[in-house]
Design a protein around this ligand. Sequence first.
Ligand code: C5J
Length: 225
Amino acid sequence: MATIAAAQPFAFEFDPAATALVVIDMQRDFLEPGGFGETLGNDVSLLAPTVPATARLLAAARAAGLMVVHTRESHRPDLSDCPPAKRQRGKCALRIGDAGPMGRILVRGEPGNDIVPALAPLAGEVVIDKPGKGAFYATDLMDRLTAAGITHLIFAGVTTEVCVQTTMREANDRGFDGLLVEECTGSYFPEFKQATLEMIRAQGAIVGWTAGLAAVVAALAGDDE
Ligand code: C5J
């Protein structure tokens, strides 16, 4: 067993063999100019610090032998899995499916839909394409985790209060213990990130735990803090 003693609201104990790292939507569409995040009116540079932090977490998780899962928010080219309400929402210059500088916005297979190069999945890692905000909705993620005997999840990714929080709540309702790594998640609204961290760990970990990157990396290396 490994322990992150500095986790909030209390120590997070996990068996690395039964724990997966889930990296949510670290895609060019959210992190680079010209993608979905920017067309919604956001300053994507606010998310940049999450990339080197998540690279460090990924390296530690891989070294510890954790199952690694990457997700991508994406739609089929014919948009048959994109509800009209989702496409029409917001005052966007470009909508889902429209052609942008990195290809069609939020469409599978387009350059902008890729995971950023610094965090590219390795062969054998699970990549989940998800049409919703939560990674369990309309995907086989639950089956993949169950088949691998996973009970605990360590989360990173963007954006904190949308796809990360939605997925953590879905996971919590399905019986997983989940921990969000603070430096490895980001929002276009820093105050929303802070509020989400607090609401996750409130009421005795009602949704899950949070912890700083150094403490998580140390625990993954076998140096319990
Ligand atoms: C958003 C996401 N923010 N990955 N998606 O629309 O959080």
